[in-house]
Design a protein around this ligand. Structure first.
Ligand SMILES: [Zn+2]
Ligand SMILES: [Zn+2]
Length: 599
């Protein structure tokens, strides 16, 4: 289909230089093949759009994870009603088996060429390439369609697999609100229609489990235009969020952490000292207190440093493990906000460990244990670890880095991990944790990051056994990263069917008739007494309707109380997982649910 030469995938028609090392791309080459095939499909889709909407101007059209998109400036709005006509045109172009032909043009020639064809965005791209020092650019043609492109492509349009258009969105040219808004058409292509269909099915499952939708349907959280990007948590969402928080706290206690809380608003001077003012200002919110500049914290680290600095420490005090559920605010552009995955205010389950360099290995190993145990509790059994080492621009001495990286490697011994050479932060190496959800999507959650820089900036020290002042190492670590985002991931992972211990409403008691209402309330009260979250639903709706409502709310147990049950001191149990289970003595049910919650 194509060849890979170093970082570049090239067309078969391009000559190779003598001695160049190549890898052959076939339909079995996985990502390389998908990339070149989808990239070629993007050209064909663009040609098809131009057939359906003459006068459409071309923006960018790159492959992305799971598909590709193409941006257009359109003389009329494109809608999903146009998809069938565009897909039909794509099929015709594929049947034509037209070759992708490459031509090289001088920059000036290309600029004139696209200007004449009234393609202002292509002219802008040529200008950008010229600005980067390119003297020539490549142009690709299939049939009458021409695009500025680096390549590579499959040999002809007949080698493109099954194509499907997915959705439309707005996107600013080059991502800037100052530029015109274009229409982004998302699409995908797979080698075979069977693979395409399997993918579409996965997308539908993901859509059904979209946490924004479930968050609304299950009354977990709310977004309001009065606070764009700032989530509101409803009572049920708070139950789950608090459940996650409690699970983190259990681990903190077990691993010898102390919990602190630092102010949300702190002096600008602090943020200058920490370096955030210089490097992170555009993500921060500012305010004024007593005529002085203050900022809302985007991170908890400087606050933790002030706590450490508030007292003198000896080597015997170390390691000091200071945990904080820090509510931070970060300004994100409105275009990137996405439910709970990308918000402007969230709670980090943060901790800062201050220790000696020779304690790093044990501390990091303990963080790894804690993190893996925590994820397993939520069903994320497989954790992928990534170690990122010294980047080119790094603060601190080479010896310090070597010692720190050595400590991290030693802590990781016995575990599989991926090495990201040179990908560490400028202030220290780090380990990232990634989990995979039930739909096969990978999520980066926690990190464990060494930092030599901040202790320096804040002049932190401890006194050694020899009575000498030394700098401690600081370890930043988070397990969920953000409680809110973790909740969003969890909602999609379980589709709103939370594990029993975390379910916001663990049971709902349904009286059959009015005369059973009191008995139903007594059952609910008995279960609440044992710490279970149970309410009675005595609305004057039919039992069938109330059962359906309970099922829609994904309540794990619906407990029906009628004459027979009341006489026998029992309830009829409908389990969400196991279906109708018949009548059970109340006390037996109590014991069973208590045990289930504890497990
Ligand atoms: Zn191309
Ligand atoms: Zn930190």
């Amino acid at each position: 289909m194509a060849v890979r030469v170093g970082d570049e995938i090239r067309d078969l028609a391009r000559p190779l230089a003598d001695g160049e090392q190549i890898a052959i791309v076939t339909p079995k080459s996985g990502d390389d093949y998908l990339w070149v095939m989808r990239h070629s499909a993007a050209h064909v889709v663009a040609e098809a759009v131009r057939e359906v909407v003459p006068g459409a101007k071309l923006g960018f059209g790159p492959p992305i994870a799971d598909g590709f998109y193409y941006d257009f400036d359109l003389p009329r709005p494109l809608t999903e009603d146009d998809f069938a006509a565009i897909e039909a045109a794509v099929e015709r172009i594929k049947r034509d088996k037209a070759p992708f032909e490459r031509t090289v043009m001088e920059v000036d020639e290309a600029r004139a060429y696209f200007a004449e064809r009234d393609e202002p965005y292509k002219v802008d791209q040529v200008d950008e390439l010229a600005g980067q020092g390119e003297s020539e650019v490549s142009i690709y043609r299939q049939r009458e369609f021409v695009d500025l492109c680096r390549g590579g492509h499959v040999a002809d349009t007949g080698r493109i697999g099954a194509v499907k258009l997915l959705s439309l969105a707005g996107a600013y040219w080059r991502g800037s609100e100052k530029n015109p808004q274009l229409t982004r058409l998302y699409a995908t292509a797979f080698p075979t229609s069977a693979e395409l269909e399997a993918h579409i099915e996965r997308l539908e499952q993901q859509r059904a489990r979209d946490h924004r939708r479930l968050g609304r349907d299950l009354q977990l959280f709310h977004f309001d235009e009065m606070g764009p990007g700032f989530p509101f948590f409803l009572p049920k969402g708070m139950v789950v969020l608090n459940g996650i928080r409690a699970a983190v706290r259990e681990e903190l206690e077990r691993m010898g952490y102390d919990e602190i809380s630092t102010p949300t608003i702190l002096s600008e001077e602090l943020w200058r000292q920490s370096g955030h003012y210089d490097h992170y200002r555009e993500h921060m919110y500012f305010t004024e207190v007593d005529g002085q500049g203050f900022a809302v914290k985007p991170m908890n680290c400087p606050g933790a440093c002030l706590v450490y600095r508030s007292a003198r420490h000896s080597y015997r005090d170390l390691p000091m493990r200071l945990a904080e559920f820090g509510h931070v605010h970060r300004h994100e552009l409105s275009g990137v906000l996405h439910g709970l995955f990308r918000v402007r205010a969230f709670t980090q389950d943060d901790a800062h460990i201050f220790c000696r360099l020779d304690q790093v290995q044990d501390e990091v190993r303990a963080v790894l244990d804690l993190t893996e145990r925590f994820y397993a509790r939520f069903g994320f059994g497989e954790v992928a670890l990534r170690l990122s080492t010294r980047p080119e621009k790094a603060s601190g001495t080479r010896e310090m880095w070597d010692a720190a990286e050595e400590a991290l490697r030693a802590a990781l011994e016995g575990r599989d991990y991926h090495l990201n050479e040179g990908d560490g932060a400028f202030y220290g190496p780090k380990i990232d944790f990634q989990v995979t959800d039930t739909m096969g999507r990978a999520w980066q959650l926690g990190t464990c990051q060494l930092d030599f820089f901040m202790p320096e900036r804040f002049g932190l020290s401890y006194v050694t056994a020899e009575d000498v002042e030394e700098r401690p190492v600081m370890i930043h670590r988070a397990v969920t990263g953000s409680l809110e985002r973790f909740l969003g991931i969890l909602i999609e992972d379980c589709g709103g069917d939370f594990p029993f211990w975390l379910a916001p409403e663990q049971g709902r008691v349904l009286p059959i008739a009015d005369r059973h209402a009191e008995g139903a309330e007594a059952v609910a009260a008995r279960l609440r007494q044992e710490g279970l979250r149970v309410k009675a639903d005595a609305r004057s709706e039919s039992v069938g309707k109330r059962i359906r409502d309970g099922e829609l709310q994904k309540v794990p147990y619906l407990l029906v109380v009628g004459d027979r049950e009341q006489e026998a001191g029992a309830v009829s149990v409908r389990s969400r997982a196991a279906g109708d289970q018949g009548a059970q003595p109340l006390e037996e049910l109590v014991a069973r649910l208590v045990a289930e919650a504890a497990s």
